[in-house]
Design a protein around this ligand. Sequence first.
Ligand code: GRF
Length: 203
Amino acid sequence: LRVGILISGGGSNMVKLVQSMTGSHPARPCVVLSNRPDAGGLDVARSMGIPTEAVDHRPFGGDRIAFEDELTRRLSYYSPDILCLAGFMRVLSERFVQQWDGRMLNIHPSLLPKYKGLDTHARALASGDSTAGCSVHLVTPALDDGPILGQATVPIHPEDTAQSLAARVLVEEHRLYPQVLSEFVSRLAAGLPIAPADATNYA
Ligand code: GRF
């Protein structure tokens, strides 16, 4: 199975996903694509021997469909079977999401369904939560709303800042995402259902 990974920044999650797809793992990374030509993760992907593409969203202005059509065109060169959003900071339209229905995963730095959207760590701290974490979910048209495939929790310490909490959660993201992807592609390769009712917390 061929996995395309979409990033916007440093790509630390992308690195862990690429490093996990070796040996008997049924998937291989086929492309790393960013909406930012200057994304640091593109240089890292190239250093790992992964083909890269950059589709700058800015020339498209607010024309999300035109941007996504270019995204689809550039991805098509690599024939990905699955897309992994990894620090990808653009909202995707219902049309694009439905083209990848059931084959696009995202990692979100909160214990969904809590704290969909941005600034998740600051919000968890402001709410006085005692735990935080990250979630890998199937991408559906509504933002950060799809069936959850796996979650990891971390304790919140009294002296935590958003930065210290983000760093603790990121360590778990790097463990969770490869684990969930491995289970996901193994089930896909075996023809097992990934239906939402079936999306258990197998991480
Ligand atoms: C991380 O905070 C992650 O939670 C979110 O995007 C941020 C950057 O991720 N998905 P990465 O280092 O670019 O993978």
